[in-house]
Design a protein around this ligand. Structure first.
Ligand code: SF4
Length: 254
């Protein structure tokens, strides 16, 4: 893109009664949402920073650190746009890393198909909108715990650290705890205290993409990303950068 095809502007928000300002440089011409992902990730980092500042002001500190990947055995919810970003990321890796990561994705997907987990989870997501919270939440949590208890790490987890830290999904950025890190290897609502965020950018991103050409039901799970990208060729609509930002912010507040 040439210089005149970018536009820079400032956005002012109030989060938890504190002013937060973003200066963003975004494409002026229509682009697919994948091109906007680094901007959405940077905005998500700012929301997370606000949540961390609040936790620290309360005397809590984040216990997540490199080398602790207990949470990376959960079914990580990603947005549809991240399905294609992850597929591109793996495709662009050098050998032999690419083949190693592909193998891990394949092994994880085979395992969770074999026990019918993806199928049962997809079924749950189809039913969930019709269920009350008291019906849907326990069933969803049971499935999440079943996945976790299988002990299959995220294909990007290497030496208990994230090997794609800069490009990790928005949901991974949002997942920070202030409880002892040991508790994350046996997660429960009582034992794990998360950093509360003023908004969930991962949900905003999911809603945003489903309004602009998304095809998948519910949210995809990271370990299935490559399979989903292959089975569902991407068909997103294009918008200019300012239009994507406006939609993203609108989806955060609804
Ligand atoms: S992408 Fe990184 S942070 Fe997210 S689950 Fe995988 S290894 Fe963990």
């Amino acid at each position: 893109m040439s210089q005149e095809e970018w536009v820079t502007g400032k956005i002012g928000l109030r989060i938890n009664d504190a002013p937060v300002e973003f200066e963003l440089t975004v494409p002026a011409t229509p682009v697919k949402p994948q091109r906007m992902l680094p901007i959405f990730q940077a905005m998500a980092n700012s929301f997370v920073e606000v949540g961390v500042n609040v936790a620290e002001a309360e005397g809590r500190s984040v216990s997540c650190k490199a080398g602790c990947g207990a949470c990376c055995r959960q079914p990580v919810p990603i947005s549809e746009v991240e399905v294609y970003q992850i597929a591109e990321l793996v495709e662009a890796m050098d050998e032999p890393r690419r083949s190693e990561v592909l193998q891990r994705f394949q092994d994880a997907a085979e395992h969770f198909h074999k026990i019918g987990w993806y199928e049962r989870f997809e079924e749950h997501q189809k039913k969930a909108p019709e269920m009350t919270f008291d019906e849907g939440y326990p069933e969803g949590m049971k499935l999440v715990m079943e996945y976790f208890n299988e002990g299959i790490p995220c294909p990007f987890l290497e030496n208990e650290s994230c090997s794609i830290h800069q490009q990790r999904p928005v949901a991974c950025r949002e997942y920070l705890v202030t409880s002892p890190s040991d508790n994350c290897s046996r997660p429960s609502a009582e034992g794990v205290r998360m950093v509360e965020l003023p908004a969930k950018p991962s949900r905003g991103l999911t809603k945003l993409v489903s309004s602009f050409g998304g095809q998948l039901v519910g949210f995809p799970v990271l370990s299935r990303a490559l399979e989903l990208a292959q089975e569902n060729p991407e068909d997103f609509r294009s918008r200019s950068g300012p239009e994507w930002i406006k939609e993203f912010l609108d989806k955060l507040v609804v």
